[in-house]
Design a protein around this ligand. Structure first.
Ligand SMILES: [Mn+2]
Length: 330
């Protein structure tokens, strides 16, 4: 007893100040809201659900988890999926004592959960995106981290929280999906964390199988975009298009199309143009050599050196022409 009290004091002494504040807020809150960016991806949804479970295991409190937009079908079988609800089917009218916003990027990505976040008595953000317009009263941010799941792992260890296999698997899915199975890892941290998760029972192969759960129409749409792709600058640049009629069939970013085009010999840059609606084109950029985030930034987007994107408000034809021109001289 004495020993555990002593080790708890030691732990508190070494704990980061922001972790201490978060713990105080969780302990004193009667109602807790968890959410992430609109159209949540693996990192967004898994960190929400992992934090839900951590709060439940350590404080006996059930947080409300909500999202706006659509959850990709590939995430249908992750642990605790059923705990996350579409925000509009949830009563958010009473202000929450504590709201925690994970993996959101910028305020434009939040969507319909924003009023509940603004109304909350205290807002914590946990994020790995670059963002000059922070929302949180407490910010646990690190824009050098490869995934929000890495930040949540560090937080869990710093806080000395109990965890279970659901938490470990959710963190692993967050890391795998956000790093493209480590391809876009920004440094060694996600690999070290994954090593720890694997040593504690996470089976990467099983998780990847779990994510192989896409609708047939998605794979067929991606395959068609690959089959109809055009090549420029001596085949260095591959450009694939998903028009508005097929866009609804995509489940996520169209990662398979990008990956397949990148496997073609000689292709250095891959562009996937997605006509989300008329005059709104989602642009995904991949590169094997030169950084493409500068190109994404020039289109008003951003991202990693070799994987980035933007949304451009113009016609499909204009955006396509503009992007092909941007690669001139690369
Ligand atoms: Mn993320």
């Amino acid at each position: 007893m004495l020993h555990s009290l002593y080790s708890k004091i030691l732990l508190l002494d070494n704990m980061k100040n922001e972790t201490k504040i978060l713990i105080e807020k969780i302990e004193s809150a009667k109602t807790i809201l968890l959410t992430a960016h609109k159209n949540p991806d693996g990192d967004a949804l898994c960190t929400v659900l992992a934090l839900y479970q951590l709060i439940y295991l350590n404080y006996g409190k059930e947080a409300v988890c909500v999202y706006d937009g659509n959850v990709p079908e590939a995430l249908h079988y992750i642990p605790l999926r059923g705990r996350a609800h579409f925000f509009d089917h949830t009563d958010l009218s009473k202000p929450f004592d504590l709201a925690i916003l994970l993996d959101y990027g910028t305020v434009n990505n939040i969507g319909g959960t924003r009023p509940a976040l603004d109304a909350a008595k205290f807002l914590v953000e946990i994020d790995h995106h670059k963002n000059d317009n922070k929302l949180g009263n407490l910010c646990i941010d690190d824009d050098t981290a490869s995934a929000t799941a890495c930040l949540l792992y560090d937080l869990m260890i710093d806080a000395g929280w109990k965890y279970d296999s659901k938490v470990l698997n959710l963190l692993a899915v967050g890391i795998l999906t956000d790093t493209g199975n480590f391809r876009h890892a920004r440094d060694g941290r996600p690999l070290r964390i994954m090593a720890d998760l694997v040593e504690q029972g996470v089976e990467i192969n099983k998780l990847l199988e779990l994510l192989n759960n896409k609708p047939r129409k998605t794979i067929q749409t991606e395959a068609r975009a690959v089959a109809d792709a055009e090549f420029f600058y001596h085949n260095k640049l591959a450009v694939a298009v998903v028009d508005s009629a097929s866009y609804k069939n995509l489940d996520g970013r169209g990662e398979n199309a990008l990956s397949l085009l990148g496997q073609i010999k000689g292709v250095e840059y891959i562009v996937l143009l997605k006509e989300q609606k008329e005059n709104q084109i989602g642009v995904s950029l991949r590169s094997k050599s030169l950084p493409v985030n500068k190109i994404a930034e020039s289109l008003g987007g951003g991202g990693h050196m070799y994987a980035s994107g933007a949304v451009v408000r113009d016609s499909l034809e204009n955006v396509k022409k503009q992007i092909i021109d941007l690669f001139k001289g690369e």
